[in-house]
Design a protein around this ligand. Sequence first.
Ligand code: IPD
Length: 285
Amino acid sequence: AEINLQEVHDFMISIAKQAGKRIVSAKPTTQASGSKKNSVDLVTETDRAVETLISTSLRDKYPTFSFMGEETYQPGDKISAAPTFICDPIDGTTNFVHRYPYVCISLGLAINLEPTVGIVYNPFTQTLYSAIKGQGAYLNQTTKLPLSPPTPLETLNSCLVAVEWGSDRSGNDFRVKSETFKRLAATREEGGGMVHGLRSFGSAALNLCGVASGGLDIYWEAGCWAWDVCAGWVILKEAGGVMVDANPGNWEPRVDERRYMAVRGGEGQKDIIEEFWGLVDGAFE
Ligand code: IPD
């Protein structure tokens, strides 16, 4: 049967808001048993409880859909072509633990591996971003994104760029990140420029919504997971933005890959992406 995307979208919003109440009233303490691969990859009891709340409600209402969540993911799990809810119960866990209110529930629906419905909700600021493929992206369900008509993207030098360090901070992962960040931030000898600013706010999904809104020009990260990007991806695309694989030359990332670059709407996207690839080329080897 045909899926009523509007109904799914509305239900996802109601779940995100319920989850939001739970997050706001929780006392964020990381459990010793809860820390994941290293000392900065945090997980709290609230992450787990919120994922259970979300998955239980979604499975109840949509028993034939699949579910993938950050806290229950097992290495090797794959996203199939079936309608799949892809959820990060708390994106920005480190912020949550530190009580810095840049935290959200990231809830997406992928169909045929294509991000199709996206809900990103920051319960601390009560900011809701949402989109259905083909129907535009909205802030608080009323204001269309981007928030103002996009100016042309002229050069990388005039961009405000979000990057994230993530939790993989050793070996080649660290080298690739720091090398690309350095190339972006440094004054360039030829041409003399540098990006206007580099920002690391700590939530992939909210960064994507920042690009969708138009305030951020670019967001680049190596190391995201499907639950970090699925929801924000729909919102970004519906706001006129694009998502590319940040490996030089790859224009079509999949939701289950790990390196992304998001560029806001506006004339000149292709040129900016090529300029970015030119700048970071060689940083990946
Ligand atoms: C993380 C955040 C962070 C990003 C990481 C994500 P989490 O999600 O979005 O900004 O750098 O790649 O895994 O762990 O807070 O859910």
